[in-house]
Ligand binder design. Structure first.
Ligand code: SF4
Length: 360
């Protein structure tokens, strides 16, 4: 890395698209350590040595869409479909609350029928009621109308995750069928912000056909949309998907993908500075300590899965997802130990909102 670029990242200066590209192209171990350390310093400046947790509840794997990379796409008939009952969801939310997780993420496949939107609204209200309003709620339930987003917001949800998966419109079309619209998805992100949500998006890293220029476009997309939260993970193949069939020779190169994902986390932290960035479970799928490495590269959020183990094997967007059979309690104890070991403290009993959002 040349001394000018090094100085820029160590000072936390503004980065231009050419800088972003040069950082994403770094390969040398020494340079990568400089990058991760600068990103971690930026995290300390805006967030401290703190990690926020969200209890992840994957409440339904029924989806009306057919994204080419996704294991629970509608066209995959090998998946056993489920939708938890309200009691099952509430029991998990209560567990998360009692553990002091502070907030939950309710995640599902995408449906926009009235039964579903009413169901989600009711669940949000009930979680607020049983936790005396203390549990924060993030939704991740896909594209919806403004009216639905507003109803869910008024019921008590205050953060929303909607991953674009590819910020470049042309590249987006290679990952989705023709009736999935990049434009609509982008509009939904704008609508979510208008409704008052802390809004998050993200991409996959290491997809077949993805270039470093695509990743720079992703970063510019995050900034253009003025997002509050970013969730990114390495692309991990699911064999029952069109993308796996289309690229039969695509090799999962663990080290390469892990480094690519960590670089993207670090550059996102340096570029956007005060947003929440998730260290995703997909990182842990590549390496046992992948989530800790994500934190040390600038991420500040982890989403422990509190979904009952009997449902988890049916919610695999990619194969080899870790923790499918782990009891939620043991996962939490283990996570606390791991974060202690890298000098990070869990923020218990707080919503862990994005500092970027709180600025406004
Ligand atoms: S990525 Fe989301 S919307 Fe696309 S098929 Fe999977 S669950 Fe459905």
């Amino acid at each position: 890395m040349d001394s000018l670029l090094r100085k820029k990242i160590e000072n936390g200066d503004e980065l231009c698209p050419a800088d972003l590209k040069r950082l994403l192209l770094l390969e040398n171990q020494e340079d990568l350590q400089i990058l991760y350390q600068a990103a971690y310093k930026m995290k300390l400046r805006h967030i401290g040595n703190k990690v926020s947790l969200r209890g992840l509840i994957e409440f339904s794997n029924i989806c009306t869409k057919n994204c080419y990379y996704c294991g629970i796409r509608k066209g995959n008939h090998a998946v056993q479909r489920y939708c938890m009952t309200p009691d099952e969801i509430l029991a998990e939310a209560e567990t998360a609350w009692k553990w002091g997780l502070g907030s939950v993420v309710l995640q599902s496949g995408e449906r926009s029928d009235r039964d579903f939107t009413d169901f989600v609204e009711q669940i949000v209200r009930e979680i607020k009621r049983i936790s005396n309003g203390e549990l924060g709620i993030t939704l991740s339930c896909g594209e919806q109308s403004e009216e639905v987003y507003r109803r869910w917001f008024e019921a008590g949800a205050h953060r929303y995750l909607l991953r674009i998966e590819a910020g470049d419109p042309e590249f987006y079309t290679t990952l989705h069928p023709a009736d999935h619209s990049y434009h609509d998805r982008k509009q939904c992100l704008k609508t979510l912000k208008r409704c008052g949500y802390q809004t998050g998006s993200g991409v996959m890293i290491g997809l077949p056909g993805q270039t470093v220029d695509h990743l720079v476009t992703d970063l510019l997309f995050f900034r253009e949309l003025d997002l509050d939260m970013i969730g990114m993970g390495p692309y991990i193949i699911h064999k029952d998907t069109p993308l796996a069939v289309q690229f039969p020779d695509f090799q999962q190169k663990t080290e390469f993908q892990l480094t690519a994902a960590l670089k993207m986390i670090a550059v996102t932290r340096l570029f956007l500075k005060d947003v929440n960035i998730a260290s995703t479970t997909a990182l842990q799928a590549l390496r046992d300590d992948g989530r800790e490495l994500g934190i040390q590269a600038g991420a500040n959020v982890i989403m422990p899965n509190v979904t009952d183990t009997s449902f988890r094997s049916s919610y695999q967007l990619y194969q080899g997802k870790p923790g499918v059979n782990d009891a939620p309690e043991s996962g939490m104890t283990d996570l606390k130990k791991r974060l202690d070991a890298i000098g990070e403290t869990i923020l218990f009993n707080t919503w862990g909102d994005s500092p970027h959002f709180r600025k406004y």
